[in-house]
Design a protein around this ligand. Structure first.
Ligand code: 5GP
Ligand code: ZN
Length: 145
C-alpha cells in the first residue's frame, strides 16, 4: 500500500497517519476524512490510497471503490440534499494535488456549495450544429482510448 504514496503530499501523509485527521471510514483502497474547513457539517473528502493528482490518472480499481463509499457517507450524514465536487487542476480550483472527492451536505440553501448567479446566467442553450460538432470530436477521441 505504502508504495503508492509519496512523501511530499499532505493527503498521502494523512493516509499514513503522519498528519492527524478526523477519519470517517477507510477501505483497502480508499480513505475518507472530514474536511478541515467544511462548507457544511459533515463535509468529507474521499481519497484513493494511491497518489495521483487528477481523476484521469487514478487507476480504475481505486475509482470503483470511491463512489460506493461516497454513497454510504452521504447516508451517514442523514441529509438527502448534498453535492459531490471533484476539482482537477489549478485552473479548476484544485488546491491539494491528490485526487479527492468532496461530499458536501446541503441541509439549507445557505449551507454547503453555493452556485453563483453569474454561473447560472452563463448556462444558455447552444445551437444544435455546434453540439453535434463537439460530439463528433469527442467520439473520435473516445474511439482511440
Ligand atoms: P480542493 O480545493 O483541492 O478541491 O479541496 C481541498 C480541500 O482540502 C479543501 O476543502 C481544504 O479545506 C481541505 N484541506 C486542505 N488541507 C487539509 C488538511 O490538512 N486536512 C484536512 N482534513 N483537509 C484539508
Ligand atoms: Zn498524495
Amino acid at each position: 500500500m505504502a508504495s503508492h504514496l509519496i512523501d511530499s503530499c499532505i493527503f498521502c501523509k494523512i493516509i499514513k497517519g503522519e498528519i492527524p485527521c478526523f477519519k470517517v471510514v477507510e477501505t483497502d483502497l480508499s480513505y475518507a476524512f472530514l474536511d478541515i474547513s467544511p462548507l457544511a457539517e459533515g463535509h468529507t473528502l474521499i481519497i484513493p490510497k494511491y497518489h495521483s493528482e487528477r481523476l484521469d490518472e487514478v487507476p480504475d480499481q481505486y475509482l470503483v471503490d470511491i463512489l460506493p463509499l461516497a454513497k454510504k457517507i452521504a447516508l451517514s450524514t442523514g441529509h438527502a440534499n448534498y453535492n459531490l465536487l471533484q476539482n482537477n487542476g489549478k485552473k479548476a480550483f484544485q488546491h491539494v494535488p491528490h485526487f479527492h472527492l468532496h461530499l458536501i451536505p446541503k441541509p439549507n440553501l445557505e449551507d454547503g456549495m453555493i452556485f453563483r448567479e453569474e454561473d447560472v446566467a452563463r448556462k444558455v442553450e447552444r445551437p444544435k450544429d455546434e453540439l453535434a460538432k463537439t460530439l463528433e470530436k469527442m467520439k473520435e477521441a473516445l474511439s482511440k482510448l
